[in-house]
Design a protein around this ligand. Structure first.
Ligand SMILES: [Fe+2]
Ligand SMILES: [Fe+2]
Length: 166
């Protein structure tokens, strides 16, 4: 199996998009189903954001200083998603705002993933090269085992704060 960091992250995106479609296919009042799908989305996004925040973005920031603005913008987009994820994790699926909030989360994350895949990853691949991406990916495979699965775990939010404040 490839440990290319971009291949791994794109594979996550694929799984996340699948969950988004499952949510959109669920009936309006299928609260139990929607609740389960949103739990899965929360876990997928928490793990994925952690891996990017901890392992991908800091490397890009160091190795490709020209892309600093993109990294900062991406941290902000992650932050917006983190806020929605945190709110959703405390909300009942039959709350009148649950579906609306999930829909906004889906729109925002779809946009973010598209930008990563279309604008960002190709530049990162060019700038970092195969070997560095393999190394970052290998770290990610290891890190996935200890990655937070819930937004309430401190390690889920720490890196964003560190990166933006330091
Ligand atoms: Fe991202
Ligand atoms: Fe991503």
């Amino acid at each position: 199996m490839s440990t290319d960091a971009i291949v791994l992250l794109k594979d996550d995106h694929k799984q996340i998009r699948k969950s988004f479609r499952d949510f959109e296919k669920a009936g309006d009042t299928a609260y139990a189903t929607k609740g389960r799908i949103v739990d899965r989305i929360i876990e997928q996004l928490t793990v994925h954001t952690y891996l990017e925040n901890e392992y991908m973005y800091p490397q890009v920031r160091t190795l490709l200083p020209d892309r600093e603005d993109d990294v900062l913008e991406s941290y902000e987009e992650h932050h917006v998603a983190d806020v929605l994820v945190l709110e959703l994790s405390a909300m009942a699926p039959d709350d009148e705002r649950f579906t609306a909030k999930t829909t906004v989360l889906i729109e925002s994350v779809r946009h973010h993933m598209m930008e990563e895949e279309d604008d960002w990853f190709p530049e990162v691949r060019k700038g970092l090269g195969r070997k560095a991406l393999q190394e970052i990916g290998a770290e990610m495979v290891k890190a996935r085992k200890k990655a937070p699965k819930k937004p309430s775990q401190p390690s889920a939010l720490k890196k964003t704060l560190d990166a933006v404040i330091s």
